[in-house]
Write a protein that binds this ligand. Structure first.
Ligand SMILES: [Zn+2]
Length: 287
């Protein structure tokens, strides 16, 4: 008969447990885990997740808000248990992004620009005193604008509904650009972890703050302002993280280097996006 309060074998992996074991030596599950799940147990679990000072989801958010550079630097130096995994964090945020984008559709107000251009051409067509040749010319132009309209709308719709795909590609891409700049100092996997933390956090901000505000600001000058602030925040936050993680100097030169590092990653990704969207629109208009 056992003299301990836990079973002789781990309930998770069946590894033999010694009487003094607090955790399974094989898989790490607490030795005193009960086989039957009770309501008090679930209650305890939920309280644990929400309030746990260490390694919880909310603890990570707090840490990434107050000390982003230090937090990520500590994670890179081996403090993995202290913080919620950047990849679990990222995927939870992705889920939230897909949900809020489907509600707020923050990127679906761009195509008004071309619609008004098309509207102007339609007005021209309605005029009586223009030649048949001119009419045809305007018709052609109008047809082109309509095609561009459709493609822009489709691209924006993609941004709204497939943000998870866009983010899933942009994160490893930005990490790769910055990896090229500092390939002697950090592995690609380390850069990927850094950018995953950053993108996870910044997209959480989008979910909580920017998407609802952009929804409210659609069609007003504030919309462009919000986009600008969001972009600026990306650049500044990324710079703050890299300044600390790569131990840059606390001088003008050091801050400039951090800003340029951040800009390199974001600009690289923006160029790729612009090229892809332009090709997509051109393809639809020319063929
Ligand atoms: Zn075990």
């Amino acid at each position: 008969m056992s003299h301990t309060h836990h079973p002789d074998n781990c309930l998770n992996c069946s590894h033999h447990l010694e009487p003094q074991d607090k955790f399974c030596a094989e898989c790490g599950q607490p030795a005193n885990t009960h086989a039957r799940i009770t309501l008090p147990h679930i209650g305890h679990e939920i309280v644990h997740v929400v309030t746990h000072a260490d390694k919880g989801f909310f603890y990570l958010i707090k840490a990434l808000t107050l000390q982003p550079g230090l937090t990520i630097k500590e994670y890179l130096s081996g403090k993995h248990k202290k913080y919620y995994s950047p990849f679990s964090f990222f995927f939870i945020v992705l889920g939230l992004v897909v949900f809020t984008n489907s509600v707020f559709k923050p990127y679906e107000s761009f195509n008004q620009m071309n619609s008004s251009a098309a509207g102007a051409s339609t007005q021209l067509l309605a005029k009586k005193n223009i030649s048949e040749a001119e009419k045809q010319k305007i018709s052609k132009k109008l047809e082109k604008l309509r095609k561009i309209d459709v493609r822009v709308a489709k691209a924006m719709h993609f941004m709204n509904t497939r943000t998870n795909i866009v983010l899933g590609i942009s994160t490893p891409f930005i990490a790769f650009v910055i990896f090229l700049l500092y390939y002697k100092r950090l592995f690609y996997a380390e850069q990927l972890s850094i950018v995953t933390f950053i993108n996870g956090y910044l997209n959480l901000l989008s979910v909580v703050i920017f998407s609802p505000l952009m929804y409210l600001a659609k069609g007003t000058p504030w919309y462009g302002m919000l986009l600008f602030i969001m972009m600026l925040m990306h650049i500044v936050y990324t710079a703050i993280v890299y300044h600390r993680v790569l131990d840059m100097r606390y001088s003008f030169g050091g801050y400039l280097k951090a800003a340029l590092t951040s800009l390199a990653g974001i600009t690289g990704w923006t160029i790729v996006c612009v090229i892809v969207v332009t090709l997509y629109i051109a393809w639809g208009v020319l063929y």
